[in-house]
Ligand binder design. Structure first.
Ligand code: ADP
Length: 490
């Protein structure tokens, strides 16, 4: 089976969040079960620099707003999964992030940048493709940046009578980002005028990339079973619950796996010492190094709470910000925060660290190495998201013996087992689940965690329960394969 995996970011080439982790590791897991998979990604400078063995493949001409782009075929470092990068000086060769400029503002030409990504994917998805020796069976799109692919594919097949075309799948990694732009973009991107209607790409007076994908894709999935249900409700549907409910039975909720080579406390190159579920001693040295590097008091017994996250309302870190002072004043504990996002929240955390320099360390920015050290060096990981499609960090916490405190939603609810009496007795407790997304509930869950932390033996049991879980991609990759097979048999 051939899969074209279309994405706007893929680790280790380019990463802003969890989508990159999934786009790096799911294709590799599929390759391990003999699926012939290629990743299609924009050729940002970092992608073209890191690609192994890049070679020119073909040129695609007559594209709206850009004319021609080149396709370059290379490989992922380590996993060797083939990658097709779209090379275009005008679209992708610039400093800054994949979505925003250095000041954090969305690139104005994002509709073209991701419209072309979507269109190139569609062009590669049928027997008229310039890569006629490699036509996919499934074109697997991810999030709004690739949402127009199923729409383009639909209209390409409507224009021809005889054609072999891939089936399209759209995976929703976060429904909050919908790629909405003015209706003029319908024509500018070469979509037919008749696509702009409620049974099409129109969404409350705009063109929505994500809605287009949800409407036209042959198959739909999202990244956890709970989120698959939640997005069909008003509270979590971001206005798309009606359409999602109409396709409700078709939405596969498949929990993300982890790249267990990249995230492994027994081998992680960013750690001063290594450890595993059988011997956690090395974790103490990692904690001491983290405390020392960040200017915190080096205290083995003081519980160290950690955060690695986008600093946004979604992630609920405003709740931690408003609770941190109480926690620090009432309990002997420390806090490490790494993240960036909302400017007010960034400033709030900076101010907090200034007030408690020996107990709180805040690093604003993106730092892969420090993120691993926090996962390993902290005792408790904090992730109070208001909604969370899957979430990876809480699972990294499980794997690194850093039990997470999480809200009871989406993938957090699906991956963390609360430490209540029954779960503790059954050796299934892995973390601490808040009752609702309120500061009080967050404080109470953290206090429960701090209580267990005082009991060394009990704490070790919770740590080991999480560390012994199988969090790799094996099960989920098979679930994706089953979904692909189901679509091909339809
Ligand atoms: P989301 O994709 O919604 O941001 P996830 O938990 O699914 O959240 O994935 C976030 C990924 O991004 C994780 O791999 C996490 O370690 C990483 N990450 C987030 N913020 C930072 C940061 N400031 N520095 C380094 N890595 C980060």
């Amino acid at each position: 089976m051939r899969i074209l995996f279309v994405t706007s970011e893929a680790f280790p080439l380019i990463k802003t969040g969890g989508l990159a982790d999934v786009s790096g590791s799911l294709p590799a897991a599929l390759q391990n079960i003999d699926v012939d998979v290629r990743i299609l990604v924009p050729g940002y400078p970092a992608v073209l620099n890191k690609l192994i063995n890049p070679r020119f493949l073909t040129t695609i001409s007559n594209l709206p707003n850009v004319g021609a782009v080149n396709l370059v075929l290379g490989e992922m470092p380590e996993t060797k999964v083939p990658v097709i990068a779209i090379e275009s000086a005008g679209l992708y060769q610039r400093d800054g992030g994949p979505y925003v400029d250095a000041t954090g503002k969305d690139w104005e030409d994002n509709p073209t940048r991701f419209g072309i990504l979507s269109l190139v994917a569609a062009i590669l998805s049928d027997d008229k493709s310039p890569l006629s020796d490699w036509v996919p069976d499934i074109t697997h799109c991810n999030d709004w940046q690739t949402g127009l692919t199923p729409a383009f594919m639909h209209f390409m097949s409507a224009r021809r009578t005889q054609m072999k075309q891939a089936k399209s799948v759209l995976s929703i990694h976060n429904l909050a980002f919908q790629g909405c732009y003015g209706p003029e973009w319908v024509g500018r991107l070469g979509l037919p005028a008749e696509s702009y209607q409620i049974n099409g790409v129109e969404y409350y007076g705009q063109l929505s990339f994500l809605k287009a994908g949800i409407f036209y894709a042959d198959g739909l999935s999202t990244v956890s079973p709970s989120y698959a249900k939640e997005i069909q409700t008003e509270a979590y549907g971001f206005g798309m619950q009606g359409l999602l409910t109409s396709r409700g039975k078709e939405i596969n909720g498949i929990l993300n796996g982890l790249d267990t080579d990249e995230w492994n406390p027994a081998t992680d190159p960013y750690l001063v010492e290594h450890y595993d579920a059988n011997n956690l001693d090395g974790k103490k040295a990692v904690k001491a190094a983290l405390q020392s590097n960040l200017g915190l008091k080096v205290e083995a017994k003081t519980p160290l709470l950690g955060v690695v996250s986008r600093l946004t309302h979604q992630k609920g870190l405003d709740m931690l910000l408003s609770s941190a002072e109480t926690l620090i004043n009432q309990h002997d504990c420390q806090l490490v925060v790494l993240g960036s996002g909302d400017k007010n929240m960034e400033q709030g955390y900076r101010d907090l660290a200034k007030r408690f320099p020996k107990q709180i360390s805040v690093t604003i920015g993106y730092n892969e190495e420090l993120s691993h050290q926090i996962m390993a060096g902290c005792d408790i990981f904090i992730m109070p998201s208001r909604f969370e499609p899957c979430g990876l960090n809480q699972m990294y916490g499980l794997r690194y013996g850093t039990p997470p405190v999480v809200n009871n939603t989406g993938g957090l609810a699906d991956s963390v087992q609360d430490t209540n009496e029954i779960n503790f007795k059954n050796n299934t407790a892995t973390g601490f689940v808040m009752q609702n997304a309120e500061p009080k509930a967050l404080i109470s869950a953290i206090e429960r965690a701090l209580g267990y932390y005082q009991d060394e033996k009990a704490w070790k049991i919770i740590q080991e329960n999480g560390m012994r879980q199988n969090l790799d991609w094996t099960k989920s990759a098979s679930a994706y394969l089953a979904m692909y097979q189901g679509l091909l048999e339809k």
